[in-house]
Every structure is written in C-alpha cells, then in structure tokens.
Design a protein around this ligand. Structure first.
Ligand code: NDP
Length: 333
C-alpha cells in the first residue's frame, strides 16, 4: 500500500521533503471492516494547519502518520454488512492507495449524473462550505453587492454563483487573468480583477462596486481583506471562511485594523466551520445538486495524476495553480 506520510513539520511554506512516500502491507480485514481502493484524493488548504504541532479545531497529523484527507474510492473487499464490493464511497481515506476502515466517516457516493469526483468538490465539503458560509452567515439579498476573494477556487467559484442565483451583483478577486476571464465569461460574475497585477485594491474595488460592498466572503485574508473594509456598507456582513494568505506566515502580519468601520457601518464579521451546519447538509446537498443539474452552478476540476505527486500538487494551492477543485487521480475509475 503506497502512502504519503508527514515526514517533518514545516516552518513557513511546506517543502516536498516534509512528506514521505512509504509502502506498507495492506492489513487483513477483520469482521465489520472493508477495503477501499482510492480513485481521487482531494488536496485542500486546511491540510496546511494539520501539519503544525498545534491543536486547532482538529488534531494535528503526527509525524510519520498518513496525511489526512478526503478521497473517493471503490470498495474492493468487504466484511461489513452495509458496504459491498463495487460500492463507490467517499470520506476520510487519507493520502493512500488503499484504506482499511470500519466505515467511520465514510459515506456512499451519490452524485447522480455528475462524475464521482464531484463528491469532493461542488457536491462535497467545498460546495457545502460555500453554501453555508454565504447563505447562513451572510444571507445576501437580491440587488446587494457580494465580493468574493479566492474566487476561482473550489469554494469561491461556488460562492459567486450562488450569490448570482440569489440575484446579487458579484465581484471576484483572483490571481491570474485566465481566472478573471473564467469568472466573468463562464461563471457569470459581474466583474473580477487580478490581485497580482492590481496595485491599488481599494481603488479597484471602488470602481467595480459603485454602490459599496454589502457582503464579503473571505477566503484569503491579508491585504485583500483589508482593502474591502473601507467600502463596507451599512449592515454589511463579512463571512470569514479562510485566510490562505496567512497559512504559511512565520510571523503575524500587522494589519491596518479597520475595525472602526464595523462601528460606523454597524457591520458584522463572523467566522464559521462548515461542520457546524452538519444537521443541514442533506437539504443543502439537494439545492447544490439541483443547481448543478439545471446548469446554474458550474464547476471545474483540476485533476493531476499520481499519489506520489500529491505533495507537489498540494503545494500548488499556495501558488494558485488550480482553477476550481484541485484533485489527484490515484487510480483509474
Ligand atoms: P482553492 O481551490 O480556492 O485553492 C486555494 C486558492 O487560494 C489558490 O488557487 C489561490 O488562487 C489562492 N491563494 C493562494 N495563496 C494566496 C494568497 N497568498 N493570497 C490570496 N490568494 C491566495 O481552495 P478551497 O476552495 O478549497 O478553499 C478556499 C478557502 O476556504 C481556504 O482558505 C480554505 O482554508 C477555506 N475553507 C474553509 C472551510 C471552513 O469550514 N471554514 C472549509 C473549506 C475551505 P489565486 O490564483 O487566486 O491566488
């Protein structure tokens, strides 16, 4: 069984040498267990936090342990009453070719007409994150202006389209011209800009949001988020989903501290974790699947080959190499 383990705790940006490719025998199945052969592995920004020796909302990965992660795979052997050989499943499989499990945190995949890989993206955790972070935390109304950072990624691209479904004006922020074109030409964003080639974010946002900003969905933090605050409208809502610009930081950035804007505008900033909405996942999934089937919610997957390349592909998230959901194909479907 080929596995990727955590070999060293990174300081700052992780290196490929912080991971190791190891081979271990597949254990014999006990009663109540089954064996999954991994098809697609998801790499996600939150995994950076798991590499630190610091308890956050989840336990860190121990040195030498298999990296945690969601994956889709096929049941190839079973001694479990509810999972049969041939079932397609998704869940906490980890960065490995095969996984022996008792079914904890594993579910059967139902993606309808969509590929099974969608269970890791638009019809999985990132889709649900977009759904709840936007609709429950920010609750945008038709006609309001919604700004999304990290807009061309798995979560951000979904957020913008749900805001369009709600009837909002949507402005995206992303790191390449190709992403900007994708947002405006394919996903129906009203406007977008490339933060890597824009000098004055505040001026650019003011130009693209002539009526100010009612909702900001924050995936990145840092200077981009600082630039949003001066433009917040009365009763604005800021949904703090992620802070990827800070995940590799070795010292805390000194921000401009524009919190007085929240007083002036009686605005609200709220962080969330997708799992706090677990009781509502089923109904959210019905909406997401419906929008996808209707063509109102489009998605892209950036699929790269090979478990051995997972560390490099994961690190690519911090260079913005993905449009849409970043996946690793571990074996053919
Ligand atoms: P993405 O698919 O959006 O991939 C990450 C993207 O972040 C990259 O493509 C890159 O795009 C952008 N990025 C990387 N570094 C920076 C930087 N320094 N400044 C600005 N942008 C940067 O990932 P996800 O959709 O999976 O996740 C998006 C965010 O949501 C993450 O912050 C993640 O931690 C968070 N999240 C939170 C959850 C929750 O429950 N709260 C659940 C799931 C995700 P670009 O080219 O535009 O720079």
């Amino acid at each position: 069984n080929r596995q990727i383990t955590l070999a060293a705790r990174p300081v700052g940006r992780p290196q490929e040498s912080d991971f190791a490719l190891v081979e271990t025998p597949i254990p014999e199945l006990e009663e109540g267990q089954f064996l999954i052969h991994t098809t697609y592995l998801s790499v996600d920004p939150y995994m950076r936090g798991r590499m630190n020796d610091r308890k956050s909302y989840a336990e860190p990965v121990k040195l030498g342990d298999v990296m945690v992660g969601e994956a889709v795979g096929k049941v190839v052997e079973s001694k479990h009453p509810k999972f049969d050989v041939g079932d397609i499943v998704a869940g906490s499989i980890g960065w490995q070719e095969y996984c022996v499990t008792d079914g904890t945190d594993i579910r059967k995949v139902r993606t309808g007409n969509q590929p099974v890989s969608a269970a890791l993206g638009v019809l999985g955790m990132p889709g649900l994150t977009a759904y709840f972070g936007l609709l429950e935390i920010a609750d945008p109304a038709a006609g309001e202006t919604v700004v999304v950072s990290g807009a061309a990624g798995a979560v951000g691209s979904t957020v913008g389209q749900i805001a369009k479904i709600r009837g909002c004006r949507v402005v995206g922020i992303a790191g390449t011209d190709e992403k900007v074109a994708y947002l405006t030409d394919e996903l129906g964003f009203d406007a977008a800009f490339n933060y890597k080639t824009t000098k004055d974010y505040v001026a650019k946002l003011a130009e693209l949001c002539p009526e100010g900003i009612d909702v900001y969905f924050d995936n990145v933090g840092g200077p981009i988020t600082d630039a949003v605050f001066p433009l917040l409208n009365k009763h604005a809502r800021v949904s703090v989903c992620g802070q990827i610009s800070q995940y590799n930081a070795t010292k805390l950035e000194q921000g401009p501290r524009l919190l007085w804007k929240l007083i002036e505008k009686q605005a609200r900033v709220e962080g969330f974790l997708v799992f706090q909405f677990i009781d509502k996942f089923r109904t959210a999934m019905v909406d997401l699947a419906h929008w996808v089937e209707e063509g109102q919610l489009k998605y892209r997957e950036n699929i790269e080959e090979g478990l051995e390349n997972a560390p490099k592909i994961f690190l690519g998230l911090f260079d913005g190499e993905n449009i849409g959901k970043q996946l690793v194909r571990v074996s053919p479907e």
